[in-house]
Each structure stands twice: as structure tokens, then as C-alpha cells.
Design a protein around this ligand. Structure first.
Ligand code: PEP
Ligand code: MG
Length: 579
């Protein structure tokens, strides 16, 4: 934790890097305006209801105006975040609850605040970022309407001068709409994570951002000179001349690299000597598909569907799922879209399912194991996927497979649903591909058997590494073991790719390792055919693949695969790294 620092003292602070780039400039502190009030009983219920309604209408029209502005500066999908606020206010439960409280005599301010606070506490107590994010949205809505009811001004950041680093407790979507991106050199917040709306918006605006910097609004002061690194999450307060020179050079290198990557837009993904591979993107929501398109991704290699289940308080309907999958299929215009079926459990909890706490959730009742027990839930997802397959090249991927039987059971369910849909004359792709996410040592060991029954493999190195090394991916004490450079993990990967190739099915990878430039020559040599990476890594991965010929990659792989330790592997790969 950073200690309180007086102005002008050189200090290094650390938050979460959430939007790439180096930002330098002077701090502008955005403090929440005072929204306190004295609650009073509503004297005339009808006029209090009317006062509330008119504040809501004012809020909605201002929000839609902001969304229009945001559409121009950040993009359509970012504007949808603000449009979502208007939709949230139309939620019948929320609306009726607030009106009921006003009818029972509460003033509009306290009726609004009490209902919003109830939602905020539900959403912020969830363990996942996506649901937590909804708490920020509700807070934004609450403050926006309260401000109108109380007649208070909104913080205006549109007049911030060039070279401003915004520092705020929480960057709300409505605040972002006022940003003039040419003038904002960086954003620092006290809360938020890589997947929060603040992060999404900062990335869309291409403004470097560091989030979750503890005590940011107390430690940093108006006018402080700061440097922030949106990748490492470091913030330098009152940098000395040497640091300034160092970061200016880094900033220049970053911008040069960014420009160089743009040259890879529209190019085929291939090695130096012309071996063509596929380069896809990993996404978590239909909104991310736009980022995949913007970064010239050749498809979606992993669509994590958990958000549909985690971002709400009840199971999504088949219809809701169908719409989400169809949306992505249409956005990708016939390019492959690999959709992973529900992968909950372990680090991904869904409170409303009421699952029992387990001693070892990573080894427990999760992913395909859960789905094959709760076929009611699974069938509605599979039906939605089949129906959406009429709108694009949707492929289904099953997570956490350890046995051939699991794949067969999924196939049987699909066959049953296909029959149902045919009887009902509902269109779907009858040749839809069914693949396996190769992320357990068991699946790697039986890769030859699975390859006979699957249409494709995609290696999930995030889990494959944790299960192979018996090292929890989130436990800092065993982080030294959690490495995809370990000979054990590399052998697993090589085996999976070899078995896929022997059986004539596609071998892909959607774990983080697919975007690691150090590992790429090995993956080329093994014969990996599809790389699926985060949308922002697509172009860098295309560049990294183009830096190697198959022959050069083979020579390096031969050397590396004979090394006995992770350190030697890493050293050798680092020595041969190409830029
Ligand atoms: C993986 O395990 O490598 C993977 C891509 O999936 P997740 O990170 O969602 O577990
Ligand atoms: Mg996984």
C-alpha cells in the first residue's frame, strides 16, 4: 500500500494496468460532488411521484445525449454501456419498488437511494467482476438522478487542459462521456479491474489507465506531475529527470510499435516462409466481438459464455442466449465463432445456483461435469447454440473434458436437440462442429482417443498449466511453478497438437500462452494451426508469427525440447526472442 505522500515527493505507486500505453501529465482530481440531503416524508405523494418521474426523464435524455457523444469518441459498443443505464431504469422491479416507497411516504431521494443501494450491495457482494460492474452502473444511475432531484451540478471534465491525468475514485461511464481524448493523457482510479467498464472505456478511447490504485484520491493531488504505465500498473509521482527521460523513451517506443502493428491489419497470418495459420480472438461478451473485428481477428477462438450466467440474478433464458450467440455470429460475418459451453465452478461462482461449497473447487463439480448433471440448464444452452448456428459458423467447445464419455454424452444431447429442432422446423447447422477444450492432463494423455471423436481441439493453457503443475493459477505462493515454459507443460502441448494432426483435426490454442511471443516459435514448430488471443493481442501475435520460418522454429524447438528445466527453457527462448 502506498503511504500518504506530500506533494512533490518522488514515489512509485502500483495499481492494475488496464489500458496500454504510457501517460504523462498533471493530475486533475475529480471528486464526487456532495449529494447529501435531509430525508423528508413526501407531503403530496402524487407530486412527489411526478417530481421523481421528471428527474428520471431528465436523466434519460441527458444519458442518451451522452451516449451519442460517446459513440463518436469511443464507439458504438461503449455508447451501449450508457444506453444500458436507461434500460436498467426500465426494469419493472426497480421502477415499481421505488414508486412503492414514494407511495408509502418516502421522499423521491430516499426511495431512489434505498432501492439503488439494495441493488448495489447485491451486485458488489458477488465474486465476479462482471456483476460487480453492475454495482458501478447502478451507482452512476443513482447519483445522476439524485443530482437532478437536488439541483446539483455534475463534475465537468470536458474543459480539462491538454496533458491532464484524471484521478478519480471511480470512473463512471457517464463521466467518460465528457472526456476529450486529445487532452487526457491518462486515467487513474481507486477502484475497477481490467474488465470493468472504466477499463473498457479507457481502452476504447486509447487512453492509458491504471485502476485500483489504493488511496489514489488521497495520495495524488491536483497539479502533481505523474507518469502512469497502463501495462505494468505503475504510477510515478513527481518523477525525477532520469525517470522522465526513461518513460519518454518508453512512450516513444510504445507508439512506434503501435504504429508498426497497424501495418499488420489486413495481412494474412503466416510464418516468414508462408505457412498460413488462423488467428482468432478470445471474447467474454458480444460487445468484445467488436474489438475482435476492429483488431482484424479472423474469427472468435473462444467465447466464454459465463458472463450470460454471472451478470444476473437468475438463469438466462434460451432466448436471451440465442440472441447473444446470434449477435456474435452475425458480427463475425461467417468467420468461425467457437463458443465454449458453460464453464462455472472453481474461480467462477454463480451465487443463484446455490452450489455447495467444495474443499477443492478446481477439482470439483464444475464445467462439463455440472452441465451433464444439470441437463435442463445445458440443453437450453445447446439449443440456443444450435439455433444461432443458422446465422454463422458457430462451433461448440466443451470445457474441462477428462474422459471420452463426456464428449459422447454431449454428442447424444446434441443429437436429441437436433431431432427436436428438425421436428419443429427450426433452422440450424446440422454439421455444427463439436470440439474439446484441452485443459486437463487427462485430456492430453488421451488426446489420441479424443481426436477420433472430436472435430477440433483448442488448448486451454491457463488451466492445463495449473493442473499439470498442481499449482493453483491464483496462488502467489506457488506462482513459481505455474509456468507454460515448464518442460511438463510443453510436452503436454506438443502431444495434443501431434494427436490432432495425426487424426486430421484442427489444433488450436486459446489459453494466454498463444499470445506469448517467446513461445510462438515452439507452437509453430509443433504445428499449431489456430491461435486465439485477446483482441488487443491479435496484431502483435500476427507480427510474432511472421518473424519466424518453420525451419528456424524447428531448430529452436529441437534445442528447447531437450532442456530439462523451466529456467533453461525460458533462458533459451529469451536469448532467441525476436522483435
Ligand atoms: C484456459 O483455461 O486456458 C482458458 C482459456 O479458459 P479460462 O481461462 O476461462 O479457464
Ligand atoms: Mg479453462
Amino acid at each position: 500500500m502506498p503511504c500518504a505522500n506530500s506533494q512533490g515527493v518522488n514515489a512509485m505507486l502500483k495499481g492494475i494496468g488496464a489500458s496500454s500505453g504510457i501517460g504523462m501529465g498533471k493530475v486533475l482530481l475529480i471528486k464526487e460532488h456532495d449529494l447529501s440531503y435531509v430525508p423528508k416524508a413526501a407531503e403530496d405523494v402524487q407530486s412527489e411521484l411526478a417530481r421523481y418521474q421528471s428527474a428520471v426523464e431528465g436523466f434519460c435524455s441527458a444519458t442518451l445525449e451522452k451516449a451519442e457523444r460517446l459513440k463518436k469518441t469511443a464507439g458504438e459498443k461503449e455508447a451501449e454501456i450508457l444506453q444500458g443505464h436507461v434500460l436498467m431504469l426500465q426494469d419493472p422491479y426497480m421502477r415499481e419498488e421505488i414508486e412503492k416507497r414514494i407511495e408509502s411516504g418516502q421522499c423521491a431521494e430516499s426511495a431512489l437511494e434505498s432501492v439503488c443501494d439494495m441493488f448495489i450491495s447485491i451486485f458488489s457482494s458477488a465474486d465476479d467482476d462482471l456483476t460487480n460492474q453492475r454495482a458501478t452502473d447502478v451507482k452512476d444511475i443513482k447519483n445522476g438522478i439524485l443530482r437532478i432531484l437536488l439541483g446539483r451540478e455534475e463534475a465537468d471534465i470536458s474543459a480539462a487542459p491538454p496533458g491532464t491525468v484524471l484521478v478519480t475514485a471511480e470512473l463512471t461511464p457517464s463521466m467518460t462521456a465528457g472526456i476529450c481524448k486529445e487532452n487526457i493523457a491518462g486515467i487513474i482510479t481507486q477502484t475497477g479491474s481490467k474488465t470493468s467498464h472504466s477499463a473498457i472505456l479507457a481502452r476504447a478511447l486509447e487512453i492509458p489507465a491504471v485502476l485500483s490504485l489504493e488511496h489514489a484520491v488521497d495520495v495524488l493531488h491536483n497539479g502533481d506531475m505523474v507518469i502512469l504505465d497502463g501495462d505494468s500498473g505503475e504510477v510515478l509521482q513527481a518523477p525525477d529527470p532520469a525517470q522522465l527521460a526513461d518513460y519518454t523513451a518508453r512512450q516513444k517506443a510504445y507508439l512506434t510499435e503501435k504504429k508498426a502493428l497497424k501495418a499488420f491489419i489486413g495481412k494474412q497470418t503466416a510464418t516468414k516462409d508462408g505457412c498460413i495459420v488462423q488467428l482468432a480472438a478470445n471474447i467474454g461478451t458480444p460487445l468484445d466481438a467488436q474489438a475482435a473485428v476492429d483488431n482484424d481477428s479472423e474469427g472468435i477462438g473462444l467465447f466464454r459464455t459465463e458472463f450470460l450466467f454471472m451478470d444476473q440474478t437468475a438463469l438466462p433464458t434460451e432466448e436471451e442466449q440465442f440472441e447473444a450467440y446470434k449477435k456474435v455470429a452475425l458480427m463475425m460475418k461467417g468467420k468461425p465463432v467457437v463458443i465454449r459451453t458453460l464453464d462455472i465452478g472453481g474461480d467462477k461462482e454463480i451465487p443463484y445456483l446455490g452450489l455447495q461449497k467444495e474443499e477443492n473447487p478446481f477439482l470439483g463439480f464444475r464445467a462439463v461435469r455440472f452441465c451433464l448433471k444439470r441437463t435442463d440448464i445445458y440443453k437450453s444452452q445447446l439449443r440456443a447454440l444450435l439455433r444461432a448456428s443458422a446465422y454463422g459458423d458457430i462451433r461448440i467447445m466443451v470445457p474441462l473434458v477428462t474422459r471420452v464419455e463426456e464428449l459422447r454424452q454431449v454428442k447424444a444431447l446434441l443429437a436429441q436437440l437436433k431431432e427436436e429442432l428438425t421436428d419443429q422446423s427450426v433452422p440450424f447447422n446440422s454439421a455444427i462442429q463439436l470440439g474439446v477444450m484441452m485443459e486437463t492432463p487427462a485430456s492430453a494423455v488421451i488426446a489420441d482417443l479424443l481426436a477420433k471423436e472430436a472435430d477440433f481441439f483448442s488448448i486451454g493453457t491457463n488451466d492445463l498449466t495449473q493442473y499439470t503443475m498442481c499449482a493453483d493459477r491464483g496462488n502467489a505462493n506457488v506462482a513459481y511453478l505455474y509456468s507454460h515454459y515448464d518442460p511438463a507443460v510443453l510436452r503436454m502441448i506438443r502431444r495434443i497438437v501431434t494427436c490432432a494432426k495425426d487424426a486430421g483435426i484442427l489444433a488450436g490454442m486459446c489459453g494466454e500462452a498463444a499470445a506469448d511471443p517467446l513461445l510462438i516459435p515452439l507452437l509453430i514448430s509443433f504445428g499449431l494451426e489456430e491461435y486465439s488471443v485477446s483482441p488487443t493481442s491479435v496484431l502483435a501475435t500476427r507480427k510474432a508469427i511472421a518473424a519466424w520460418s518453420k525451419e528456424e522454429a524447428d531448430m529452436l524447438a529441437q534445442k528447447v525440447m531437450s532442456l530439462p528445466t523451466q529456467q533453461e527453457v525460458l533462458r533459451c527462448l529469451t536469448e532467441h526472442a525476436r522483435r
